[in-house]
Design a protein around this ligand. Structure first.
Ligand SMILES: Cc1ncc(COP(=O)(O)O)c(C=O)c1O
Length: 472
């Protein structure tokens, strides 16, 4: 259904399209959103991406309004460096207790994933200083990675969104180093098993550690399931465990970024962390950043989870952190996030999205890859999936960035009543245009069928157009 409004098309807001308002969300209920564009309200769009993999509980949840109301009445602001609060303590306890025993011992709450990664870098720096190892400075992250939109988080990222700002970064030659991405669909060689591919990647990482001098390496940073950067490509078998072992061997911090894939989106045990798909508890990370579904879009909250090794160095060392952010561990945000996470746990919604998401992925694989269209690969875990689009399925040829396939498929989906995210072919052509899907944890089988039906229709329609244009 659409409703036409009289709205000006100029914007007072300095983001996205600077001189135009663009699309605006004007309502939402459950798995559906109302989006206004050019004076027209498009109602009941099926939301298959929940912002950017944010909305765990769906929109307009009445129980969350009660949680918010109670939190507003009971929370008093205090400056966290001077006076802490009980909600922040309780949220930390909840996250730690809903993670495998012994992996995390402490947490810090921030207001965004980028801020979490900034703080993780700072925490790692102080960790080595506490241990008297000031030379341990270098950070190794991956090609085609995304860790945020602040300068520190950008410096450990590698993607087209950061290129313009490189001159302001931490030194990307001597401090922020890059290792290869783990991208099975394109980079696993013919005849190589997944395990062989992992071994090859791990050999490269170990050689890099040795060449750089292990005594100078501080951390290895990996998105457990890369989101927008590479389209939910799961790590090949043995890869994360291999990195864990290298970190143990060379005294390096194993740092996972689960801002987009974590906090229940892709957990196989009805709990929180994505890495539990691949690692035993004793191989968990030393530090982990989270965000997105933590507040489910109702509050701006993200965080850093800290393992016993790091905590111990602080406790045995100075025992203090000097400085902080005004809104760290904000009592109201923490109280709301805790209420939301308790509701998700009580209603078993992590288990639901894991099951429904995997069903969605399987149905998409069957429907898309059995027909002649631009879908090259369908991949993901639980509530986080991607479809990579290619101009030739056999050769996996990427679409030229100038064709703007990402924007076109997003628009096609929108016209068919489906909200998705789509990212364009990378400038290096390392990864082709891809559609991202991250529905809310409350989706039903009927919602899954509707997402699949609308997505397949959109891909089929665009494939036909591209065939007529001679580019597919
Ligand atoms: C893996 C990852 N890390 C960090 C961030 C940054 O989070 P935020 O946008 O909340 O700053 C994102 C955002 O998409 C992300 O996907």
């Amino acid at each position: 259904m659409t409703v036409t409004l009289e709205t000006p098309n100029t914007s007072y807001l300095f983001q996205a399209t600077v001189d135009k308002t663009g699309s605006q969300v004007v309502g939402g209920k459950g798995v559906r959103v109302d989006i206004e564009r050019d004076g027209v309200v498009h109602k009941n769009i099926l939301d298959a991406i929940t912002g950017a993999a944010v909305g765990a509980l769906g929109w307009g949840d009445e129980e969350v309004y009660d949680i918010i109301n109670k939190a507003a009445r009971e929370s008093t602001y205090s400056y966290p460096c001077l006076i802490s609060n009980k909600s922040a303590e309780e949220l930390s306890k909840f996250y730690i207790e809903h993670s495998p025993k012994g992996v995390f011992e402490s947490a810090l709450w921030t207001t965004s994933g980028s801020e979490s990664n900034e703080n993780a870098l700072r925490i790692i720096r102080q960790y080595y200083l506490e241990r008297g190892l000031p030379k341990k400075l270098k950070l190794i992250s991956r090609e085609d990675s995304y860790h945020g939109f602040t300068l520190g988080a950008m410096a450990i990222s590698n993607n087209p969104r950061i290129t313009a700002y490189k001159d302001y970064f931490m030194d990307q030659k001597n401090i922020c180093l890059t290792m290869p991405s783990a991208y099975t669909y394109r980079n696993k060689l013919k005849g190589e098993t997944e395990e062989d591919y992992s071994k090859r990647l791990l050999k490269t990482i170990e050689e890099q550690i040795i060449t750089e001098d292990p005594d100078t390496i501080a951390a290895i940073i990996v998105e457990t399931l890369p989101g927008s950067s590479l389209g939910t490509t799961p790590p090949p078998k043995g890869y994360l465990k291999g990195i864990r072992d290298l970190c143990n061997k060379y005294d390096i911090i194993f740092y996972l970024d689960e801002v987009m894939c974590g906090t229940g989106r892709s957990n196989p045990n009805g709990k929180l962390n994505c890495w539990e798909n691949f690692l035993a508890p004793e191989d968990g990370p030393d530090i982990q950043t989270v965000g997105k579904t933590l507040g489910s879009g109702y509050v701006t909250i993200a965080g850093i989870l800290i393992g016993p090794k790091i905590k111990e160095a602080y406790v045995k060392g100075s025992g203090t952190i000097v400085g902080g952010h005004t809104y760290s561990s904000h009592a109201f945000n923490c109280a709301v996030a805790l209420g939301i996470q308790q509701k998700i746990a009580k209603e078993n919604l992590t288990a639901n999205v894991f099951k429904m998401g995997n069903l969605m992925g399987e149905k998409l694989k069957q429907a898309l890859l059995s027909e002649d269209n631009i879908a090259g690969d369908v991949r993901g875990i639980g509530g986080f999936w991607s479809v990579e689009l290619v101009s030739n399925r056999d050769t996996k040829e990427v679409f030229d960035p100038s064709l703007g396939i990402a924007n076109r498929i997003k628009e096609q989906c929108f016209q068919n009543g489906l909200n998705v995210m789509a990212m364009g072919t990378t400038p290096t052509k390392s990864c082709s245009d891809r559609i991202l899907l991250a529905p809310s944890f409350i989706i039903t089988e009927a919602d899954v069928d509707e997402i699949v039906e609308k997505l397949v229709k959109s891909v089929t329609e665009l494939s036909k157009q591209l065939k007529e244009e001679g580019v597919f």
